[in-house]
Design a protein around this ligand. Sequence first.
Ligand code: SAM
Length: 219
Amino acid sequence: MTLPHRLAEYDSPEGAQEYLEEYEKLHRKFSDRRERGLLQRFFRRVGPVESALDLPCGWGRYLPMLHGQGARVVESDFSGDMLKLSRSLFRGSPALGHLRAFGHQIPMADGAVELVFSMRLNHHLVDPEVRRQHLREVFRVARRWALFSYFDHDSVKSWTRRLRRRLGSKRRLKSTLSRGEVRALAAEAGFVVREDPLLFLIGSGPRLVLAERAPASPD
Ligand SMILES: C[S@@+](CC[C@H](N)C(=O)[O-])C[C@H]1O[C@@H](n2cnc3c(N)ncnc32)[C@H](O)[C@@H]1O
């Protein structure tokens, strides 16, 4: 797969370190705080987790939170340098395993872990079919819970970007999915979306999704 420039940058020691340093910036701290608040709300609903796949794990930003749920965590990322950085940052309480993989081709069996966690990847995937395949893979590998983010096609931010493009702006359109599309992909995989709030109510595009495998219907 050809990676967009920004993603190719993550796959280097400098790119991995730069992503870590991003979280020193004020705007990142702000969105990180809001994101963690929503995730904590999701995790209160989920309760203890036996096993989790964090893909993409980046430098391990969410490893302590997943460990906090009691999960044995496999960290995965297409960037070997991100995996290396996470290993060195969390030597004291490392992940159970590290796996270099693409989000839309996860080399794990169906239902291999109780929860698949995939934050801040989908909106980086430029090809819409790869974005859909990423979610199919998340649902396939998750035995019970799927927790991920994507950029909402119908959010004010996406609308504004499309409008600006029509008016001549050169800024790239957002790589989005519609809420209906995400719910349909979940349903096809046997999941139900339990919650899918926007990261920020005003002017933001990312949605965080908590989906649960639907209980088998009695015969
Ligand atoms: C914005 S970071 C998010 C990392 C982490 N989930 C977080 O929230 O801090 C995006 C990550 O996705 C990884 N990545 C980019 N494209 C990928 C792909 N197609 N498959 C797997 N990982 C990918 C990058 O190496 C990077 O670590």
